[in-house]
Ligand binder design. Structure first.
Ligand SMILES: C[S@@+](CC[C@H](N)C(=O)[O-])C[C@H]1O[C@@H](n2cnc3c(N)ncnc32)[C@H](O)[C@@H]1O
Ligand code: SF4
Length: 497
């Protein structure tokens, strides 16, 4: 456990997130008297130096070793307006404190977090902001590695992805949206997942009732989108497991979506068919007929024992059969999700999974690092998870070699809380097959309208670089009972377009 005492500032959140990279147990206190000096402790202070400038000073003592780092807070550009100056100053203060804290903890613990002082979920955004401030790629690399302390490979990954975003989703469009549709049902709950997926067989007819409400929400928005001539770029049906819908239900859904005036001009339509035990060739053909080009079929692993251990209830063989079916129907792109760090998996298990993936050659591969989610089975059974940070790192290196060998390049990435080893999730693609929807949602540079229970809309204002998060109600029953609220929220969002 590390105790941290804050003096002269109240950056509790920043301090906690950063300290957690070095020790899972952190106690933060704003009251110096509470600091038990015999324990491992750090004091993070903001004070005035001799010339009256603000200075961050961090001192620590861990296992008897002591260290101190300090940094003067940068003064913002005087040409900025007063609000911008205040915001920039606050940011510089926080950065100075974070850098000193990072350096002290790194020195005292010997740990080297690969993402340096970055704790957020979307580090590529920081690179985009630097590009917007006219910095060159060389300058950005230098700042990432020398001031933010990222490992060189991670800095390169961020820059490569920022370049892909520039190539594929720029110039940005203020008056365009993307549609996400949530189908929050799964045949059973996977042990690592905290997704509010509802047991499919819980109550007869519930899927149909849900679909009826969802369609109501969609119809109301489609009407406004058509009236206001708003451009829709991509469409994504996710979950949960959307492929639990039968052909008639998909027809019902897509008949409504086709009411979009720009339906035939959509740049991409994806439907998740994550579990191979949920769909038939008939359903796939129906999706193909509605112009769906991209299907996501997610093995997570190709090892039979692991699939049992994570509660997936399907075999690797079923993945192969489902994949063949998708190919026979003739979709342009298939995505496959994998998770690194599943219980009992070793480097050899990953070799097997990658060998099987190599036989299939999906256009997209999304590689997640296991995250211990609060409402998941694994949260309560962490003893099952035996792979340490080193093990995860070795496996991620293996994945990287595999992707290079098979001509995949990284094109989007994000991080999550409580990931094993604090690593990342990376989307890889064969050239020209990148999923635009994934890039748009991760970059937060184009508005997403989320439909259905728990779906989140993200409204982007390119002028201010602000993103307004507008969530729909999560619980299925509440969403259905209070559908009018979802309609009103969408009306409010679309009014501004
Ligand atoms: C919300 S799920 C939907 C996909 C689909 N229902 C399926 O299971 O095939 C999206 C992906 O996130 C990943 N995922 C979910 N929970 C995770 C966790 N705790 N740690 C790492 N990845 C996770 C899985 O790879 C999963 O396919
Ligand atoms: S991983 Fe997918 S199938 Fe499994 S519970 Fe989560 S959403 Fe459902």
């Amino acid at each position: 456990m590390i105790q941290v005492s804050l003096r002269g500032h109240k950056n509790i959140y920043d301090t906690r997130e950063l300290t957690k990279l070095f020790d899972s147990e952190v106690e933060i206190s704003e009251d110096p008297a509470q600091l038990a000096q015999e324990k491992n402790f750090v004091i993070s202070r903001l004070e005035k130096d001799a010339s009256g400038n603000d200075r961050a000073v961090v001192q620590g003592k861990i296992h008897g070793k002591i260290a101190e780092h300090q940094r003067t807070v940068k003064i913002p550009d005087k040409r900025l307006g007063s609000r911008e100056q205040a915001l920039a100053y606050d940011k510089h203060q926080r950065e100075a404190l974070r850098s000193c804290l990072f350096l002290v903890l790194r020195e005292l613990t010997g740990k080297m977090p690969v993402w340096g002082i970055f704790t957020g979920i979307r580090p590529v955004k920081i690179v985009q902001n630097m590009l917007e401030a006219s910095m060159s790629y060389e300058e950005i690399f230098q700042v990432l590695t020398e001031e933010k302390f990222l490992e060189k490979d991670k800095a390169r990954l961020l820059i490569d992805i920022a370049k892909e975003e520039r190539r594929l989703i720029y110039p940005l469009e203020q008056r365009a949206v993307n549609i996400y549709i949530s189908i929050p049902f799964c045949p059973s709950r996977c042990y690592y997942c905290s997704f509010p997926s509802n047991d499919l067989y819980r109550k007869d007819g519930e899927v149909q009732q849900y679909l009826t409400k969802l369609i109501k929400e969609l119809q109301a928005s489609i009407k406004i989108i058509n009236q206001k001539n708003i451009k829709v770029n991509t469409l994504y049906v996710g979950g949960g497991t959307p492929s639990i819908l039968n052909r008639h239900q998909f027809e019902e859904l897509f008949d409504v979506l086709q009411e979009l005036e720009g339906y035939s001009r959509l740049k991409e339509i994806t439907v998740e068919a994550g579990r191979p035990d949920t769909f038939s060739v008939e359903v796939l053909q129906c999706l193909k007929d509605y112009g769906v080009q991209r299907i996501s079929l997610n093995p997570q692993t190709m090892n039979e024992e692991t699939l049992v251990a994570i509660g997936r209830k399907h075999s690797p063989e079923q993945i192969h059969q489902a994949y063949d079916m998708i190919r026979r129907v003739g979709f342009e792109s298939v995505n496959m999700d994998l998770i690194i760090g599943l219980p009992g998996e070793t480097s050899h298990s990953l070799d097997h999974t990658l060998q099987e993936i190599a036989k299939l050659q999906p256009e997209n591969l999304t590689v997640h690092t296991l995250a211990i989610k609060t409402n998941s089975y694994f949260k309560e059974h962490q003893d099952l998870l035996t792979l340490g940070e080193e093990g995860v790192l070795k496996m991620l290196d293996k994945v990287e070699d595999f992707t290079k060998e098979h001509d995949y390049t990284p094109y989007y990435m994000y991080r999550q809380k409580n990931m094993l080893g604090n690593f990342e999730n990376v989307g890889y693609s064969k050239k020209g097959r990148e999923s635009l929807y994934n890039m748009k949602i991760m970059s937060e540079k184009e508005t997403i309208l989320g439909f259905g229970a728990g779906a989140v809309s993200k409204v982007v204002n390119l002028k201010t670089d602000e993103v307004q998060r507008v969530p729909n109600i999560k619980g299925l029953g509440h969403y259905m009972d209070r559908i009018e609220e979802a309609l009103e929220k969408k009306e409010e969002i679309l009014e501004k377009f």
